[in-house]
Design a protein around this ligand. Structure first.
Ligand SMILES: [Zn+2]
Length: 424
């Protein structure tokens, strides 16, 4: 199925694509629970209604809120260095926590095993790695391995010179854990073991935790049948940067897709449901609650979830197909027919909201830029460098055009085609 040139041309010429993207960046990093996130959710509610020409359904999302009040790291020589608390890190005791630091490198299971006898009672130091690559070991796994081995704290060094890194510690608010911070690579270098032994450091983290509320925003543009394609993107991000790639890019692209397609959906078999989640950086909480409250019948009526997360910041696009082998021939043929390059990557990656759809048996994929491309700017997500200058208009526009082709074709596919998407 080839999308009419009018529709892709409309996205190519859409002045609101970059305008929405820049406005989302201008709100700041949109960390869940901050004023920045609230303003962005209000903006998206309004822009979603304008794009879809339907009114917004807003589902309340209650989650374990968290914020950092203070984060300090002092090295053994008494100097203070910059650090950034990982989201939902537990606080240290009020006076801080002093311990030796053991650098275990990247933080692979083999490295944890090799240093097993040195971890208990110390801070563990590991490295942040490119997230969109085969073989990536997620920060949360490293955190869990450190905790299980008896570490007192968790330090993760970012990939960029003189720059911190953030992310989620993976801990549930209200449960035990160990303090966790991001540091710059130069700080990591100063924490190398010497002939005098393991270096010492003092970490102090003050945090506040209380139940918090956000929303999931839904816009249903009906087709002929009560069947749906869900086009989703998460609005929230991190407070080290303006979270431009991750995920102002996906939100702006989703809005542009809906502006181009909205007037046509009534003629198609399936409706298009635009879904904006928050608390994604919070263990995918918004989408988890959304999928959990769907009845079995409602789930069976969702033919496909197209999740846009970090869709610019690299010249090539990939679809992370979450084990749904059956959806790949469809995605590849639509991309090819419309002149787009697309790579399919099969394993389920629980790194964005599509994972909650996939885990509930709903065919789902995440569109992401720069997969397996170590030079692509998408490597900068979760650092202070995730800023709007990393997102060229041409890339964002190409991603929105491909997403429009895929969503439009999915809305129009016959029942037999859609049945194949469920095959794993
Ligand atoms: Zn994301």
């Amino acid at each position: 199925m080839i999308l009419s040139p009018d529709l892709t041309g409309r996205i190519a010429a859409d002045p609101d694509l970059m305008r929405d993207f820049e406005q989302l960046c201008a709100f700041g990093g949109r960390l869940a629970g901050t004023e920045s996130e609230r303003l962005a959710m209000d903006f998206v509610a309004e822009r979603g209604a304008q794009a879809s020409q339907v009114s917004c359904r807003s589902l309340p999302v209650s989650y374990g809120g968290w914020r950092a009040l203070r984060a300090e790291l002092r090295l053994g020589d008494g100097s203070s260095v910059a650090c950034h608390p990982l989201v939902r890190s537990i606080a240290t005791p009020p006076g801080g926590l002093t311990a030796e630091v053991v650098d275990i490198g990247r933080g692979t299971p083999e490295e944890f095993e090799a240093h097993r006898g040195e971890i208990a009672g110390r801070f563990v130091l590991v490295r942040h790695e490119l997230m969109f690559a085969a073989g990536t070991i997620h920060r949360r796994r490293k955190y869990d391995m450190a905790r299980e081995a008896g570490a007192l704290g968790f330090l993760i060094a970012g990939p960029l010179p003189n720059s911190l890194v953030t992310g989620s510690s993976g801990r549930e608010v209200g449960t035990p854990g160990i303090p966790a911070i991001g540091i710059a690579p130069e700080t990591a270098a100063r924490l190398a073991r010497t002939a005098r032994g393991f270096p010492r450091a003092t970490l102090r983290l003050d945090t506040e935790e209380q139940q918090a509320e956000t929303r999931t925003l839904l816009f249903d543009i009906p087709g002929r049948e009560d069947e749906w394609v869900v086009l989703s993107a998460h609005v929230d991000g991190h407070d080290l940067s303006e979270s431009a790639i991750d995920n102002a890019s996906g939100v702006a692209a989703a809005l542009a897709v809906v502006r181009a397609l909205a007037a046509h959906v009534a003629n198609w078999r399936r409706g298009l449901r635009l879904a904006f989640f928050s608390a994604e950086e919070w263990a995918l909480t918004g989408s988890a609650l959304y999928v959990a409250q769907l009845s079995e019948q409602e789930r069976s009526r969702i033919a496909l979830n197209v999740n846009l997360d970090s869709v610019a910041g690299g010249p090539r696009l990939a679809a992370l197909t979450s084990g749904f082998a059956g959806v790949e021939p469809f995605l590849l043929s639509v991309a090819d027919a419309n002149g787009h390059d697309l790579r399919c990557v099969r394993p389920l990656m629980t790194n964005s909201d599509h994972a909650n759809f996939a885990l509930a048996g709903i065919p789902a994929f995440r569109m992401v830029a720069g997969y397996d491309d170590p030079a692509a700017p998408v490597r900068l997500v979760l650092t202070a460098a995730d800023t709007r200058d990393k997102v060229p208009r041409a890339e964002l526009s190409a991603a929105a055009q491909l997403a429009a082709c895929l969503a439009a074709a999915a809305c129009q596919a016959d029942g037999q085609t859609a049945d194949k998407w469920r095959a794993r």
